[in-house]
Design a protein around this ligand. Structure first.
Ligand code: FUL
Length: 492
């Protein structure tokens, strides 16, 4: 009898401790470096090199370094424009496909020391990284795998040179938040005077596991961007748009060898906007697009600068779909961002600030249909969704996969933007949600969707309401919602 009682209480105790335990992560989850990347949200990709002077998008590789002659101090102007434009990081294209290196590399003579800039003693990577640090933006680099200048390209002598370039860039310029690996491998080029077409098999030629390994070793907190990740994936278009419902999880497939996905050899770029629900890895979408028509500055493209309201649209379709927005900015031949681009960046940055200036969810009373048991060590309370921490969260018991949160606002508010977040440390769990507002004494659906993830931004019709309700209609594991924000879009 005694034994039986003991067994029953043991079962009870373990059942209770199971309940009290934190929710288990669901599916693939982000690494520490990816969490930091998600928090960065908006950054910029700077294309400024010999192409700026030759009016081309892809240099052939035979361009004269003497053409590179901007004003001496240029980075501060660009980076302050980015900062005012709402960007939290900057990635400099240190070498584009034409092979010209914007730092005094030891790996090739086709570099900035051969230019008249600072009498051949300049280092643009240094100037940009110093300026970014000074002005409080994160710094990253792009170093094109394809090199149309080098005679070594296509032979087995190229990879050591390329890896040495990456090593220089990651060793000498302080913390790097992202290393950008481009997928283009076009074929023809100068190649030290050979002027021919050279094709490589990018699934093996760049030895990605070891090349990525250099980044991991030298800059463990740097995210690696590429067609297939491994940390952020190309969204699959240069329009800056992820899918309406986008998943941070993705299972990359190689073209040549499906089981060995590699940058420049991806088979499923088309699936980049949506990702894969229950994909094998956490590889969120990075949504890149140029502010102008081209990635580089061209004298006849001033009129193609995208407007602040277009940028806002892109922001909602990138950051607002759980990814990051990577906006290409192209300095002119002086090395400066032109007035038209500054105007647009300013407009967007100011609008973003105004958008988030007032969160109508602040001070709301929050109630939930159910709260996870055992929240004495960690609180799972409904009110966690309105603190300013993206990792404190409301959760239900493991077997409760639907639920509601109701916010009674401090006072009636007029709004048109809702922000939702899951605590992504525990994976992407929600499969369906809807948001309602209180209209004439009844709930009315404002919007709905499937994915939430790091950030889901919803822009709807302007409404006046004193209450807001989030309904989780489907989830693969108990929902862990970390944020509900309510905002009003400013005039753009
Ligand atoms: C592409 C490149 O080919 C473009 O020139 C540009 O650098 C863009 C960001 O990536 O793949």
């Amino acid at each position: 009898m005694k034994k039986q009682k003991l067994a029953v209480s043991l079962v009870l105790v373990s059942a209770l401790s199971l309940l009290a335990a934190e929710p288990q992560p669901y599916g693939a989850i982000p690494s520490e470096r990816q969490l930091k990347w998600h928090e960065t949200e908006t950054f910029s990709l700077i294309h400024f090199s010999l192409n700026t002077y030759t009016d081309r998008e892809w240099g052939y590789g035979d361009e004269d370094p003497k053409l590179f002659n901007p004003k001496p101090e240029i980075a501060d102007q660009v980076i302050s424009a980015l900062k005012r434009g709402g960007m939290n990081g900057v990635i400099l294209v240190a070498k584009h496909h034409d092979g010209f290196c914007l730092w005094p590399t030891k790996t090739t003579s086709h570099n900035i020391t051969k230019s008249p800039w600072h009498d051949g003693k300049g280092d643009l990577v240094r100037q940009y990284s110093d300026s970014a640090r000074k002005l409080g933006l994160k710094f990253g680099v792009y170093c094109s795998p394809w090199d149309r200048n080098s005679a070594k390209y296509g032979t087995d002598k190229y990879l050591p040179m390329y890896q040495a370039q990456i090593t220089e860039l990651l060793s000498n310029y302080g913390p790097i938040f992202e290393m950008w690996f481009d997928g283009a491998n076009g074929g023809d080029g100068y190649y030290g005077g050979a002027c021919e077409k050279r094709s490589i098999d990018s699934s093996v030629y760049y030895d990605w596991p070891n090349t990525w390994g250099i980044v991991r070793k030298l800059q463990p907190m740097a995210c690696i961007f590429g067609d297939v990740g491994p940390d952020s994936r190309w969204v699959g278009n240069e329009k800056g748009y992820a899918a309406e419902d986008s998943w941070a999880t993705f299972t990359p497939k190689g073209r040549k060898n499906p089981d060995r996905p590699s940058n420049g050899d991806s088979m499923n770029n088309k699936e980049g906007p949506a990702g894969h629900r229950d994909g094998a890895n956490w590889i969120p979408p990075e949504c890149d697009l140029p502010l102008r028509k081209g990635w580089f500055w061209h004298p006849d493209q001033d009129a193609t600068v995208r407007s602040p309201s277009k940028l806002m649209d892109i922001y909602f379709n990138s950051v607002g779909k759980g990814g990051c927005m990577n906006l290409g900015v192209a300095p002119n031949r002086d090395g400066f961002v032109c007035d038209a681009d500054i105007k647009s960046l300013d407009g967007f940055g100011t609008a973003l600030k105004k958008l988030y200036a007032v969160n109508f969810a602040k001070g709301a009373a929050v109630t939930a249909s159910a709260v996870r048991a055992g929240g004495d060590k960690i609180s799972y309370n409904a009110a966690n969704v309105i603190d300013d921490d993206r990792y404190t969260y409301w959760a239900t018991n493991n077997d409760v996969k639907q639920g509601e949160l109701t916010l009674t606002l401090a006072k009636e508010a007029e709004f048109d933007v809702i922000r939702l977040r899951e605590n992504i440390k525990l994976g992407q769990r929600v499969d369906g949600f809807a948001v309602d507002t209180w209209q004439n004494g009844a709930w009315k659906e404002f919007a709905g969707g499937k994915s939430i993830g790091a950030s889901r931004l919803i822009r709807g019709e302007k409404v006046k309401s004193s209450k807001l309700r989030l309904r989780i209609t489907a989830a693969a594991a108990c929902p862990c919602i970390s944020d509900i924000g309510i905002f009003k879009m400013p005039q753009l």
